[in-house]
Design a protein. Structure first.
Length: 133
């Protein structure tokens, strides 16, 4: 299976909720972030993607590395994502930009009403719940 290397953010707002995004033309909600370019450090890739997708300016050094996760890609059939996940606590407003069509802030409660990417559903949201528990 072909692997896509991504950097993603567990963005946690001042109220403790976390941000999920949905890209234009897709169904699955997931953490903001994106592909890591060749030779790019994951935290720098994350900062670039957050600026492009949400207008969010973050200091890469403030991103807390939470781990590496693998999952079936939500939007690329036959691909797997290798995710470098970082936590960022933010109190800035975010606006969908670039390929982001929709954003939603969710709490640790039931999110079954959303179509979630496998990585978000199986790995990241359970981790989020344990962190804010």
């Amino acid at each position: 299976m072909t692997v896509i290397r991504i950097a993603a953010a567990l963005l946690i707002g001042a109220d403790g909720r976390t941000l999920l995004v949905r890209k234009r033309g897709t169904r699955a909600f997931m953490q903001p972030g994106g592909k890591i370019e060749a030779g790019e450090l994951p935290a720098l890739a994350l900062a670039r993607e957050l600026r492009e997708e949400l207008g969010l300016v973050v200091e890469p050094g403030k991103a807390q590395f939470l781990g590496e996760f693998l999952a079936i890609a939500a939007n690329e059939p036959g691909f797997e994502v290798n995710c470098q996940l970082f936590r960022l606590d933010v109190d800035q407003a975010v606006e969908p930009a670039a390929e982001i069509e929709e954003i939603v802030w969710v709490d640790a409660g039931n999110v079954d009403y959303l179509h979630l990417a496998p990585l978000t559903r199986d790995s990241i949201l359970p981790l989020y719940r344990s962190l804010i528990g």
